[in-house]
Design a protein around this ligand. Sequence first.
Ligand code: C2E
Ligand code: MG
Ligand code: MG
Ligand code: MG
Length: 287
Amino acid sequence: AAKSAGRPGYRVFDQEMRDRQHDRREMEDDLRMALRNEEFEVFYQPFVDSGRKAVSGFEALLRWRHPEKGLISPGVFIPLAEETGLIEEIGVWCMQTAFREAASWNTDMTISVNFSPVQFKSAKLVEDVDAALRASGLDPRRVQIEVTESLFIDESENILSTLKTFRDRGLTISMDDFGTGYSSLGYLSRFPFDKIKIDQSFVRDLSRPENIAIVRSVIGLSRALDMKVLAEGIESREQMEILYAEGCREMQGFFFSRPVPASEMPLVITEITQRWNTDLAAATGAK
Ligand code: C2E
Ligand code: MG
Ligand code: MG
Ligand code: MG
């Protein structure tokens, strides 16, 4: 603010800054309270295997039911939770809940949990995962951890060894939002991921030849590196058909289902299964 002093409009700017800082602090306090008051919920979004024509797993997606502001999206509160370090506790809570709920479902489907890069700074992460596995009795082979490329911005041996430890336990590791981060591809050769998730920004507009080219090369890359590939953000039958034709089998998006509370999961599985028997089958197998 010192630099802008004297310029016209700086007062307005300062006031805006103060407002924003105030909002932020308020939200930070709210976030702390939220953990204590159990205002978080875990929603689940299925991903499907269009080869097997079945739901193959669910991604756990955090929701915050704020007492006054209503449902707040993780896009808003996760960055704040990361800045304040609260993500450590929130992340562990989300994982424990997801493991416990998934263990109670009568399936062997995968449960996929997002881990923030900040969580990897915690010396306790592996311990927390082990404890959550023990407490839930969940088979570790059903667990998938989603990480983003930002985890690899600074190459650290610690991160690689943590990921390897997870793998030794039987967990699988997924690279989320692939192609949107700023890290080099070097980490792909240093750590064997199980799955690449093609970011929804490439799926959104497949009429652009650039996006088809990117999708095609990511699928090729995943094959060459012997990793699975999943396309995120599928909203239409057309997108599904194009991706299927390109060789992508695992898919996730509003076209199949929005993220839903655990109680709605059985219904979602039934609905998707029924749709394979009717309209979805025609979009894939028939080609
Ligand atoms: P993500 O892990 O890439 O999750 C996918 C996001 O895309 C979810 O948003 C999901 O609701 C949304 N989505 C799924 N299908 C479609 C579609 O067809 N169209 C559109 N427009 N969107 C779709 P959500 O739940 O708001 O989460 C946003 C991000 O917040 C997640 O992106 C993830 O990075 C982060 N996040 C969510 N839960 C957690 C968590 O428990 N821990 C951490 N560290 N991050 C989380
Ligand atoms: Mg994810
Ligand atoms: Mg994603
Ligand atoms: Mg994302």
